[in-house]
Design a protein around this ligand. Structure first.
Ligand code: SF4
Ligand code: SF4
Length: 96
């Protein structure tokens, strides 16, 4: 009898823990809604493609002249890798 109670308690504990994990993962996947998280100033950009290659989220694609175009704005995590590495300071965040 005692062991049945313990097993039931363990099951409840596991359910609670699963719920907490679910809440955490929902928190992590917060939806991004800014359609323009960063701006690329084409006047300053020399189309070196560093930002395109370094972005971990594949936010950029290059246009036919090699200039970066923001194609997946909702994937941007504001990690800062692109604007920190841009040699011409051509990228600016609209959120920071
Ligand atoms: S890193 Fe800067 S200069 Fe190079 S392509 Fe990107 S925005 Fe242009
Ligand atoms: S801030 Fe990070 S995720 Fe956003 S475009 Fe730049 S490198 Fe990509």
């Amino acid at each position: 009898m005692q062991s049945q109670k313990t097993a039931a308690k363990d099951k409840i504990d596991m359910t609670e823990s699963a719920k907490n994990d679910e809440k955490k993962s929902v928190k992590k996947k917060k939806k991004r809604t800014n359609p323009n998280p960063i701006v690329v100033y084409k006047r300053w950009c020399k189309a070196c493609a560093i930002c395109i290659q370094l972005c971990p989220q594949d936010v950029f694609k290059s246009d036919r002249d090699g200039y970066p175009v923001v194609v997946q704005p909702f994937e941007c995590t504001q990690c800062g890798i692109c604007w920190v590495h841009c040699p011409d300071f051509a990228i600016v965040s609209t959120e920071k």
